[in-house]
Design a protein around this ligand. Structure first.
Ligand code: ZN
Ligand code: ZN
Length: 357
């Protein structure tokens, strides 16, 4: 089987504009282009799509196993070896990832200026390619999303009224790890009652129930993220809760309905916002409708009010409108959705029916 990374490198190299080689320092981009998952790796990508991975002796074995690129094991700081390679290559114009170079790395590279090299700041080149997923990535996201849903079902099976938010979050995380997640994509959010009004609440010592419970959870599995928010009502739901839940669900479904290749991301956001606006809830919807996910939990495209961009088949995004009312609580419903040639596929298998426990 051919590895996907060579095709990705060729695509990245085809984007070179004002430079002849690109230095890739962002770990997710390094992984995307080479397969290497170590914490210390830098890729030097040439115009013809060939690449050299620079890492340190801790990763001698791992780098050999994970990548088909040429590997240089640097004995000292990577930048020193990279500069030597720069000089040897005969190339003069080097692009570097301006958003992902630390000051020490930049200072070291600046030494290259004295050698007559030109450093060109580059932004988002690999990230733009990463927005559209290939078949292997889609399979990995699907597996991550499915396992995350199984973890929620398992944790709910262990739920007891009076459990604290932190205890329930721990059950979710434990289930996810046992199901094979390599780590959490973000700190699990479990917010009970009025605390659900905080979109990014940290689980604490608040006992759960009776009342609403917001759960936002996701993991990395084989490098790829999942992200889901579900609401549970402990005990019988109130009329107000039912009304608010129906409004958010309608907004979420309207946004999903708008997802198609060629559609502007703002149009998807607007679809959700209009439903809430019609119910006077637009001010309670305090964040954007969604985000791309993949090797990072938050990546392009963004689906907010001001985001520019269009959906393309192969993008994996979340759709997650929510409403938050201080002193009452909050409701968010979030699925991971794949943009397909004809529309979209909801990857998240967990039901969105109003759920009373
Ligand atoms: Zn989420
Ligand atoms: Zn999300």
């Amino acid at each position: 089987m051919t590895r996907p990374e060579a095709a990705r490198r060729a695509k990245a190299a085809a984007q070179f504009d004002k430079f002849d080689a690109l230095l890739v320092t962002k770990p997710e981009n390094v992984r995307y282009l080479t397969g290497f998952t170590g914490s210390n790796g830098v890729v030097f990508l040439l115009e013809d799509g060939t690449a050299t991975l620079f890492t340190d002796p801790r990763y001698t074995v791992q780098s050999k196993q994970q990548t088909d690129c040429k590997v240089v094991i640097a004995k000292g700081p990577l930048t020193k070896s990279i500069l030597a390679a720069f000089t040897k290559s005969g190339i003069r114009k080097f692009g570097f990832e301006q958003d992902h170079l630390n000051v020490a790395q930049f200072d070291a590279l600046k030494k290259g200026l004295t050698l007559g090299l030109e450093l060109v700041p580059v932004s988002g080149l690999v990230e733009r390619l990463r927005m559209v997923k290939d078949a292997g990535e889609i399979a990995a996201i699907r597996a991550s999303v499915n396992a995350n849903s199984i973890a929620l079902a398992q944790a709910l099976g262990l739920f007891q009224i009076g459990m604290t938010e932190a205890e329930f979050a721990a059950e979710i995380d434990y289930a996810n790890r046992k199901l094979g997640a390599e780590g959490l994509a973000f700190d699990t959010i479990v917010a009970a009652g009025v605390r659900a009004a905080l979109p990014h609440a940290r689980p604490g010592s608040t006992p759960i129930g009776p009342g609403m419970l917001l759960i936002d959870m996701g993991v990395f599995r084989d490098g790829y993220a999942s992200d889901m928010t579900r609401m549970v009502h402990v005990g019988p739901a109130t009329d107000r809760y039912r009304e608010m839940y129906a409004a958010v669900l309608e907004a979420q479904l309207a946004a999903i309905d708008a997802v198609k290749p060629g559609v502007r991301t703002v149009a998807v956001d607007k679809a959700a916002r209009e439903v809430l606006q019609a119910r006077g809830l637009e001010k309670a919807f305090v964040h954007s409708t969604g985000h791309g996910l993949g090797l990072e939990i938050h990546e392009g495209p963004r689906l907010g009010r001001k985001d520019k961009g269009k959906l393309q088949a192969g993008m994996a995004i979340t759709i997650e409108p929510g409403v938050y009312t201080e002193g009452w609580g909050g409701i968010r419903i979030e699925d991971t959705v794949l943009v397909t040639e004809t529309g979209c596929e909801i990857l998240t298998p967990t039901s969105k029916e109003l759920f009373e426990l």
